[in-house]
Write a protein that binds this ligand. Structure first.
Ligand SMILES: [Zn+2]
Ligand SMILES: [Zn+2]
Length: 261
């Protein structure tokens, strides 16, 4: 049985297009909806169970689009709205279809924030706080949260099946200990929020920094995600594709992209 990692969303906080923006990137996505980017998240299908990584505010439309009708676990990388804002949509699934609580793995430091944001949801979830470097075992798959650098407590996830994938959706470079563990990973799927000037160098990476990180950890493939497309310098997909063509093994993530592990 092969394990599939699917990117549900590949955009930064505002999404592409942003309803309030008319830059070339947003225009391009309006004209060609295949180029739209919902907020970042992923789902892992082990063949037996499905693990949702982050609940973006676009979760409902992502699950409809990908025809995903059941989930078994939810892992949150960190407590930022673009990664937890869809949690409320899981209430209806649990109450109307699943009829038993869903295991929700949260950052330990987000537990209090969860209770104040969603006081009506504890019965929907079995809450578990994940621990850095603990190995979580699933059918044909292990998942290990490792520290990222994002201003608040944030995990990147190392997924190992026949191949190894490191998913660092929101990070600015990596702590040395994390970089050592993921060295030689088959896939690094990582934050490339900014094109041009990086407004938040301690929380996110630019396209260039993400490509350099892939080289530093000797990733077989570097997949750039969490793309804002329109922060400091608006950029189209065509322009980005042209630019990364000079870097073998580097590709642009897109919504619905599947990587087989
Ligand atoms: Zn974030
Ligand atoms: Zn984010």
């Amino acid at each position: 049985m092969t394990v599939e990692f699917k990117l549900l969303g590949t955009g930064a906080g505002p999404g592409v297009p942003s309803y309030f923006c008319d830059c070339p990137a947003c225009k391009e996505a309006r004209e060609n909806p295949c180029l739209a980017r919902t907020r970042s998240g992923a789902v892992i299908d082990t063949g037996k169970e499905k693990i949702l990584i982050d609940a973006s505010p676009d979760l409902r439309s992502q699950l409809v689009r990908e025809q995903i009708t059941s989930l078994d676990y939810v892992f949150l990388t960190h407590w930022h709205y673009d990664h937890f804002g869809g949690l409320g949509d899981l209430e209806f699934y649990v109450k109307l279809s699943r009829r038993q609580p869903l295991k929700l793995f949260l950052p330990p430091e987000a537990l209090e924030a969860f209770h104040s944001a969603y006081p009506f949801l504890p019965e929907v979830f079995d809450l578990i706080t994940w621990q850095f470097e603990q190995v979580y075992c699933f059918e044909n798959l292990t998942l290990t949260p490792l520290p990222a650098r994002h201003g608040i407590q944030t995990a990147g996830l190392v997924l190992e099946s026949k191949r190894k994938l490191a998913y660092f959706t929101d990070t600015s470079g990596l702590p040395d200990s994390t970089a050592r563990i993921i060295e030689g990973t088959d896939f690094l799927v990582c934050d490339a929020t900014f094109y041009g000037e990086n407004w938040y160098p301690h929380r996110h990476m630019s396209l260039e920094e993400a490509i350099q990180l892939g080289k530093k950890v000797k990733a077989g493939n570097t997949v750039l995600t969490h793309l804002a497309m329109h922060y400091s310098t608006p950029v189209t997909v065509a322009q980005l594709a042209e630019e990364i063509s000079a870097h073998p093994g580097v590709s642009l993530a897109y919504d619905g992209m599947v990587i087989t592990l």
